[in-house]
Every structure is written in C-alpha cells, then in structure tokens.
Design a protein around this ligand. Structure first.
Ligand SMILES: [Zn+2]
Length: 161
C-alpha cells in the first residue's frame, strides 16, 4: 500500500488515485511537494470564491439598480396594479375587474392594430371589432353565430376611402 502524500489516502494503485483525485500524472506528483500542492488547493478555492462573488454582484445589480418607477413605466402599470398582480401570484387574490378590463383592452388594441392591415377581418372579440370600426375605418358586415355556436363572430370589411 502506498499513501498519497497529498491527502493521506491509502492507495492500492497510487498512480490511478493521483490521476483521478488530483488530476496529475506520477511525474507531476513526484515533482510536487506537499507545500506546492496546498498552495495550489488554496488558489483553487480562492478562485472559486471570486467567481461566486461575481455572479452575486451581477444579480444584485440587476435587481437593485433598476428603479421601480422605470419598471412600472415599461409595463404600463400603476403601483397598485403591480401589487394586485403580486397578490394574485403569491396568494391567489383575484385581480380587480377594472384592472382585468384594462389588460383586456390593451390586448384588444394590439390585436386590432395587427388586423387593421387587412381588408376583411373576422373576430370573436367585440372589443376588437369596436376598435376596428372606431379607429381603423372598418364596417361591420355581419355578426354570425356559425352553426349556433358561441361566441359570436364579427365580420368586418374596410371601408373604401
Ligand atoms: Zn490523494
């Protein structure tokens, strides 16, 4: 039995232990003193700590340096609305109707704008149909419930200018 001079482990096959546990061949093992080895280990630990610190810094920068007011502006929210969303997420509280409608309205605006490039549109959203007639020069041609199914479908055509 050999004893590894680095970690005092008894080894049937020292060279394979050294290769597996310390990632070096016997030539390097024989050349390296225990002091060299310890210094190497210390270096390695310090490097690990530094790397961890860098990651933590990045994270905390991301979260602390952004102003809440900027985030609210980005997502077009008031502080109360954000709190409602957080309560909904964390405690399952329902989001007030007015806020739900606002979310719905904003989504309708996006949908209406994207549909407005067409000449003929079908939509199941009354809100989208309203926006198309109000702002994009569409006219309701038909309101159908195909095969008696809900929801209704609004058929709109763009007015000729
Ligand atoms: Zn060892």
């Amino acid at each position: 039995m050999d004893i590894c001079k680095f970690c005092d482990k008894e080894c049937k096959n020292l060279s394979s232990h050294v290769r597996a546990a310390h990632q070096m061949d016997m030539e390097a093992y024989n050349e390296m003193s225990i002091e060299d080895f310890n210094a190497l280990q210390e270096n390695f630990k310090e490097k690990e700590i530094e790397e961890t610190k860098v990651i933590d810094d990045t994270d905390s920068k991301y979260f602390t340096n952004r102003k809440l007011s900027d985030i609210l502006k980005q997502y077009k929210l008031t502080e109360d609305e954000l709190i409602n969303v957080i309560k909904n997420y964390k405690f399952g509280d329902s989001i007030p109707i007015a806020q739900q409608q606002k979310i719905g309205t904003e989504r309708n605006e996006v949908v209406a704008e994207s549909l407005s490039i067409k000449d003929a549109v079908e939509t199941t959203e009354l809100g989208v149909a309203e926006l198309l007639t109000k702002y994009y020069g569409f006219k309701v041609i038909d309101v159908t419930t195909k095969g008696g199914t809900m929801p209704k479908i609004w058929v709109l055509h763009k007015r000729k200018v």
